[in-house]
Design a protein around this ligand. Structure first.
Ligand SMILES: [Mg+2]
Length: 119
């Protein structure tokens, strides 16, 4: 099972995701509220997988993907997107994110994405 860092500015989203992941026996090693924290926590915690929200204050998910991949080219990042963010998802994938999940989260899709990036 994986050690996962959850990044989202909405606490409700972090709780929802944490519940889904814990139910599947994954370990949530940290929760960050913006891209800046995501980069700092990533370096500190070295999680197996990061779930990264796109729209956040201070530093967006897009900027955070670039910053994290620059520090660790092997980082496994899954973007969390909302409706209408296809263009940003494509940019994030180009920047090195491996997959994306769409809000509201579908439990099986979340678990499937985690399994896939771990392979
Ligand atoms: Mg957000």
């Amino acid at each position: 099972m994986a050690r996962i860092l959850i990044v989202d500015d909405a606490k409700f989203m972090r709780i929802t995701l944490a519940n889904i992941l814990k139910k599947a026996n994954h370990e949530v090693v940290g929760e960050a509220e913006n891209g800046k924290e995501a980069v700092d926590f990533y370096m500190e915690l070295k999680p197996d997988v990061v779930t990264l929200d796109i729209t956040m204050p201070v530093m967006s998910g897009l900027e955070a993907v670039r910053e994290i991949k620059q520090r660790d080219p092997h980082a496994k990042i899954i973007m969390c997107s909302a409706m209408g963010q296809q263009k940003m998802v494509v940019e994030a994938i180009e920047a090195g994110a491996l997959d994306f999940i769409v809000k509201p989260f579908d439990e099986s899709r979340v678990i499937e994405a985690i399994q896939r990036v771990l392979q």
